[in-house]
Design a protein around this ligand. Structure first.
Ligand code: THU
Length: 133
């Protein structure tokens, strides 16, 4: 599998954060996911007055890709809040990643005001995951 530009994926996640629709929490999240053919899909969190329909940035990016016929992913970058310490993905988003990705799928958490990132694998963030077998 070809390498990819991790800092660029982080920048795209931070850029997508600007589209966040979060009038209720005031918390903005952006995500950018890269497929194994090098396509990149971005997402932002989209909230709702009824709260329950709210979707996270990561799932918006993943669902945009899947609805475009892409199901093989290399990595996702997530940019949340003030980009100081980084915002790891919620449990529901980890489970959605688990639907399409293997344990070595890379999760980049943007931090340091967008100049740095932490890197984890899905296996590290969702150990002993549920999968139908
Ligand atoms: N949020 C995300 O977009 N991704 C996550 O992984 C965690 C939370 C959003 C949902 C909601 O709009 C806001 O952040 C506050 O929870």
């Amino acid at each position: 599998m070809k390498d990819y530009d991790k800092m660029r994926l982080c920048s795209l996640a931070a850029e997508a954060q600007r589209s966040a629709y979060s009038p209720y929490s005031g918390y903005k999240v952006g995500a950018a996911i890269i497929t194994d053919d090098g396509s990149i899909y971005t997402g932002c969190n989209i909230e709702n007055a009824a709260y329950g329909p709210t979707v996270c940035a990561e799932r918006v990016a993943i669902f945009k890709a899947v609805s475009d016929g892409k199901r093989n992913f290399r990595a996702i970058a997530v940019a949340g809040g003030d980009l100081s310490n980084g915002a790891p993905p919620c449990g529901v988003c980890r489970q959605v990643m688990n639907e399409f990705c293997t344990e070595d799928f890379e999760i980049l958490i943007v931090k340091g005001q967008g100049k740095a990132f932490d890197s984890f694998t899905l296996g590290e963030l969702l150990p002993h995951s549920f999968k139908l077998n």
